[in-house]
Design a binder for this molecule. Structure first.
Ligand code: IMP
Ligand code: MG
Length: 180
């Protein structure tokens, strides 16, 4: 299988140090909101894993973690927004305080679908924490309770975000040179 070469990195948007500082701040906000209550973090594979683990290590409340995977596809007409669960959670969330942890909220279609699906399972509460937020591209309104960074309308990689499955392991977030 031939793969396109990786485009070079144009610039670093958030350094490892900036990310760590910001995650600690957001973890403190979350800790204050849940005030010692157990919290279930739900990560969306694969992008959110890197952020979720960094966040979880900063939380001083008791946490559980679980994961699901989704696949997104376009309709024949090319409209975005069709999402399905490719790997479900291991455990029930009924009666639990749940924090859905995302790598990035873009159009909002993925998040809307996940919130509808999880809300139907009867959690005690359901909130959203995203690492990156690109509000300029939002097509459906979704609630974002906690977020680390707002980003411009450019494709980004690193800290979980991929380019053809590569570059998730960068410990910073970068903008790639446009693919021409
Ligand atoms: P949406 O909010 O439904 O549009 O979906 C957002 C999803 O698109 C994320 O979970 C990522 O998988 C992917 N995505 C959006 N923007 C970027 C980016 O800049 N870099 C890498 N993946 C992205
Ligand atoms: Mg994702």
């Amino acid at each position: 299988m031939s793969e396109r070469p990786l485009p070079p990195i144009e610039r670093v948007l958030f350094s490892e140090e900036q990310i760590e500082t910001r995650i600690a701040e957001v973890a403190a906000e979350i800790g204050a909101r849940y005030a010692g209550k157990p919290l279930k973090l739900i990560g969306v594979l694969k992008g959110s894993v890197f952020f979720l683990t960094a966040l979880a290590r900063r939380l001083e409340i008791p946490v559980k973690v679980d994961f699901l995977a989704i696949s997104s596809f376009s309709s024949k007409a090319g409209a975005p927004g069709l999402v399905r669960i490719a790997k479900d959670l291991d455990d029930s969330i009924e009666g639990e305080d749940v924090l859905l942890v995302e790598d990035i909220v873009d159009t909002g279609f993925t998040l809307r679908y996940l919130l509808q699906t999880l809300a139907a399972r009867g959690p005690n509460s359901l909130a959203v924490c995203t690492f990156l937020d690109r509000t300029s591209k939002r097509l459906v309104q979704v609630p974002v309770d906690f977020r680390c960074f707002e980003i411009p309308d450019r494709f980004v990689v690193g800290y979980g975000l991929d380019y053809n499955q590569l570059l998730r392991n960068l410990n910073y977030v970068a903008v790639l040179k446009p693919d021409k």
